[in-house]
Design a protein around this ligand. Structure first.
Ligand SMILES: *[C@@H]1O[C@H](CO)[C@@H](O)[C@H](O)[C@H]1NC(C)=O
Ligand SMILES: *[C@@H]1O[C@H](CO)[C@@H](O)[C@H](O)[C@H]1NC(C)=O
Length: 385
């Protein structure tokens, strides 16, 4: 169980609301965060104890923190909650990568480096002091979680547009992590586990992911719906999820869309809207045999689109069959299963779904509510069965 108690998380919640006043993101917020963490008995001097102690009693759980940019301390609130996967939506502007769900939410300092790469570097260099007690050359570096130093943290980078243009920027900006040996990589024959595993999704170009046969440290998010040819949303899942199915506003190349009222993916499928970049979804799906551990990490799909809404408030046998087929297909390739757009309301339905998905072998839950995900009362539901 995660040691994140309810009262603790309440404090974090308040803090994330209150952090708006900060101008620079790092490291002031980090000190502020640690300083006011509010855990009884926690040392008050943040510099003396940060960051190794910061995550000292956090047990990693298999949740994926989506919508991170809504939190003022996105990476840290996810880590504090024990999430082993965090997501950054990136846009390319003026020679840099900016993080935000829509172009209108971008601000000058909310860059991938400021929000994710630099804080991770800082945490990892503190987790891996080069003393003779910790011979960093012989042993793999420690990860971000003290309770499980071998746990790799997934950084899921969602390319919101212009994937081919974003690629070289991402590769370059990962250099400091790469140079210190912190990135999980494929060396031409094997996967070498390291503290950070970078996965590219959205408009990420698969051909660039596999371009180098001998070294890769950015892995693909394979289309789960295409691995089986199963499921009602098969056609719609043949492209990476350019279009999130969340009930949120989407902003693609300046077009402002409300996902709940207007579903561009379906429109382009039904009407053959040839002008839209979304018509990449009409392309035949590539042979699913191309996805394996040497190039991919997750296999993901929208739950709403591929499995559908659980009418009757439970999964039908058809839906369960689809999930099982997808889980088996992904696991046969060594890939981890991730569903996104899992219905989150009402809470009882969401808990039922989370429990069912964990029971069926789904590897990672996409969550918007970090507190609920890490409290894990839904595990009780799993164990009862
Ligand atoms: C961005 O960060 C720099 C230094 O890190 C700071 O000088 C600048 O004021 C910040 N700008 C905004 C708009 O937050
Ligand atoms: C890749 O790593 C594995 C495991 O460490 C090693 O056995 C293998 O020789 C490496 N391959 C190359 C091409 O370096």
């Amino acid at each position: 169980m995660a040691n994140v108690t309810e009262s603790n998380s309440g404090v974090v919640q308040l803090m994330t609301l209150a952090l708006g006043a900060f101008v620079t993101f790092f490291p002031k917020e980090v000190e502020w965060f640690v300083d006011r963490w509010g855990q009884p008995g926690r040392p008050t001097d943040p510099l003396a104890h940060w960051p190794t102690d910061m995550l000292a009693d956090v047990t990693p759980v298999a949740c994926h923190s989506h919508n991170d940019y809504w939190r003022r301390v996105p990476l840290f609130s996810a880590l504090e909650a024990g999430c082993i996967s965090v997501e950054a939506d990136v846009w390319l502007f003026d020679d840099d990568l900016y993080v935000g769900h829509t172009t209108s939410s971008l601000t000058v300092n909310r860059t991938l480096s400021n929000l994710y790469i630099n804080p991770l570097l800082e945490i990892l260099s503190n987790q891996n002091p080069t003393t003779h007690f910790h011979p960093s050359l012989d042993t793999p570096p420690n990860g971000v979680f003290d309770t499980d130093p071998s746990q790799s943290l997934v950084l899921l980078v969602d390319f919101k547009a212009k994937g081919k243009a974003i690629w070289p920027y991402l590769i370059r900006q990962l250099s400091p992590l790469r140079d210190r040996g912190y990135l999980t990589h494929f060396n031409g024959t094997s996967i070498i586990q390291r503290p950070i595993t970078v996965v590219a999704t959205g408009d990420a170009p698969f051909d660039l992911v596999v371009a180098n046969r001998n070294y890769r440290d950015v892995f693909f998010d394979a289309p789960l719906g295409d691995l089986t040819g199963f499921g009602k949303g098969h056609a719609a899942t043949s492209a990476p999820h350019l279009v999130d199915d969340d009930d949120e506003e989407l902003d693609l190349d300046g077009i402002h869309l409300s996902a709940s009222g207007f579903r561009p993916s379906r429109i382009s499928l039904r009407m053959g809207n040839s002008k839209s970049k979304l018509d990449t979804q009409k392309k035949p799906a590539p042979d699913p045999a191309i996805y394996d551990q040497s190039n991919s990490f997750y296999a993901s799909v929208s739950f709403k689109r591929s499995i559908g809404f659980p009418w009757g408030f439970h999964l039908s046998s058809n839906q369960l069959e689809t999930i099982r087929a997808q889980v088996n297909a992904a696991h046969a390739r060594g890939l981890k299963v991730r569903y996104w757009s899992i219905p989150s309301w009402p809470r009882s339905l969401r808990n039922h779904l989370w429990a069912a998905l964990v029971r069926e072998g789904v590897d990672i839950l996409n969550v918007d509510d970090l507190r609920a995900a890490t409290r894990q009362d839904w595990f009780k539901l799993v164990k009862k069965r």
